[in-house]
Design a protein around this ligand. Structure first.
Ligand SMILES: [Zn+2]
Length: 531
């Protein structure tokens, strides 16, 4: 934010640019000054953007193997990611790719935010380079949903770093969140003529893109402003994102550290704001148009060693060592969701709000108030069980004062009893078949728990929806039920998704009860389709 004096000076400077603007440098200066004023005005109008709880990681040549393995395991289990990139301006040249931000969605709206520093990668022959390569392979695989603000074209310049290939990008189908947000906005805020209302009000309350004067395509900053009513700073666009943001890469003075901290926060906020926009859109029942059919592997969403079993040939799991647990606390101050990192092993880095910590190893998330816990539990855990074994990816131990969620403390072979190993082995024997069943599927969250599998199957048959398997799971945390329908005809997935859109809710259940045993025709489902 500018001081009053700076603000006035900026305005004066802008007025003194001669018109018409002839030189390129004048044009750039005018653009720069206008941006400064815009940033200032936004900062005055809105509270700063507030990210959800996240753990930041720097990915560069000093990132350890153990750290990368942990990130890979999280990426394997997660289904959703946001991705963004930063470039640097080189005088009289095209922008050069410098930094990639990758966010791995974790349960309870938490996430890992990776800042992948392209100018500081390990040597290509190094195991860590191969692990980063492996990470991208997972992220670009068909069963993952990747969100990007804009087209995936911005990823192509990054192939020069050899962490992924053109083919990886070609075969991926990221959701263009910028487009989707535009569609979302048009759906939720169509133009409303003010003529029908009282004519003497000068201001229209229409929130359509035209009336709000929103330039297309939507900027991320505008979407945060209008949807979240917060200010997402854009003042660091085109800064030196190649200098090494990790404070442990080089010896730095406090100014240098602060600058890197600002750039790191800025870069991670791009992903973190996308995440909040996505959550907001989902809450408003927006259906994302993914270009690809989702190939979802639920099996992997359980933080079981199954995933590490399968990947043994590519990397070895890290033995879990309780003494290496670092903690970060969610401190309930004025901002309930600020994260403070406490590094047990190293007190030379004092905890900072939203500070970027080099390579956290296994951590515990400690939530100290019930409010925080409920915020964390906002969305239900995605846990699916089609066998009877309760298997959770997140364990919560309640104590009178604190609720501790241990997330991503990945179970390791050494720690498992014989019985547990056998259970895992048995599970992995069926994993391929299950994956085949669930490759094309519909997921309905928060269904009415009174529906039985048989009832659901009957309803699907009535609607001529061919399915392989139907499964209901109940979240151990939110106690809500989710329905998974593995489909036989993937080409009609979107049709089936539409058909089942309003089914299996409490309203649907009650309606079935009241109409029973009369009409069983599928026609009455159509009524649910009306919003
Ligand atoms: Zn309008």
């Amino acid at each position: 934010m500018l001081s009053q004096k700076e603000y006035q000076e900026t305005h004066l400077q802008l007025q003194h640019i001669s018109t018409p603007v002839t030189s390129k440098s004048q044009r750039n200066l005018r653009k720069h000054l206008r941006n400064r004023i815009k940033e200032h005005d936004l900062a005055m109008q809105f509270p700063p953007f507030e990210p959800l709880p996240h753990i930041p990681y720097f990915i560069n040549r000093i990132t350890t193997e153990a750290c990368l393995c942990q990130v890979i395991q999280a990426a394997t289990a997660s289904l959703e990611f946001t991705i963004d990139t930063e470039s640097i301006n080189i005088y009289k040249q095209t922008n050069q790719p410098a930094l990639m931000q990758l966010q791995i969605f974790l349960p309870h709206n938490s996430s890992f935010v990776l800042l992948i520093e392209m100018y500081h990668l390990p040597n290509e022959n190094n195991i860590c380079f191969k692990l980063i390569h492996e990470l991208f392979k997972i992220v670009f695989s068909q069963n993952k949903q990747l969100y990007i603000w804009g087209s995936k074209n911005e990823l192509y310049p990054f192939v020069i770093f050899k962490l992924f290939s053109r083919e990886h990008i070609d075969f991926s189908h990221p959701i263009n969140l910028q487009n989707e947000f535009h569609i979302f906005w048009k759906q939720h805020y169509p133009h409303r003529s003010s003529n029908s209302r009282s004519s003497n009000t000068s201001t229209t309350d229409c929130h359509c893109e035209t009336c709000l004067g929103i330039g297309l395509p939507w900027s991320l900053q505008n979407s945060v402003k209008f949807e979240l009513k917060e200010y997402l700073s854009k003042q660091f666009t085109n800064e030196d994102f190649h200098i090494g943001l990790d404070p442990n890469l080089y010896q730095l003075n406090s100014n240098e550290k602060r600058y890197r901290q600002q750039l790191s926060t800025y870069a991670s906020y791009d992903c973190l704001s996308m995440q909040r926009i996505i959550i907001q859109m989902k809450h408003k029942n927006f259906i994302f148009n993914s270009n690809s059919i989702k190939h979802v592997q639920h099996d992997l969403f359980q933080f079981s060693p199954i995933s590490s079993d399968e990947n043994d040939d590519t990397y070895s799991p890290i033995p879990f060592n309780p003494s290496s647990i670092n903690q970060f606390n969610l401190v309930d101050e004025s901002r309930a969701l600020s994260i403070e990192f406490l590094d047990n092993n190293d007190n030379s880095h004092p905890p900072q709000v939203n500070s970027i910590v080099i390579c956290p190893t296994q951590r515990l998330i400690t939530l100290s108030t019930p409010t925080q816990l409920s915020k964390f539990n906002d969305l239900d855990t995605i846990s699916s069980n089609d066998d009877d074994t309760p298997f959770t990816n997140t364990e919560i131990q309640q104590s009178p004062s604190t609720s501790r969620i241990s997330t991503y403390l990945l179970p390791i072979h050494e720690q498992l009893s014989e019985a547990e190993r056998r259970k895992i082995h048995n599970r992995s024997c069926t994993i391929r078949q299950r994956r085949r069943y669930y490759r094309h599927e519909i997921i309905r969250r928060n269904i009415d728990g009174r529906f039985t599998i048989t009832q659901i199957k009957n309803i699907l048959r009535q609607l001529y929806i061919p399915f392989n398997v139907v499964n209901i799971s109940r979240s151990n945390i939110t106690h809500k039920y989710s329905l998974y329908i593995g489909l036989r005809n993937p080409s009609k997935l979107h049709v089936y998704q539409y058909q089942t859109r309003y089914l299996f809710t409490t309203e649907h259940y009650n309606e079935l009860q009241s109409t029973r045993p009369h009409s069983r025709s599928s026609s009455h489902y159509n009524r649910h389709r009306q919003p």
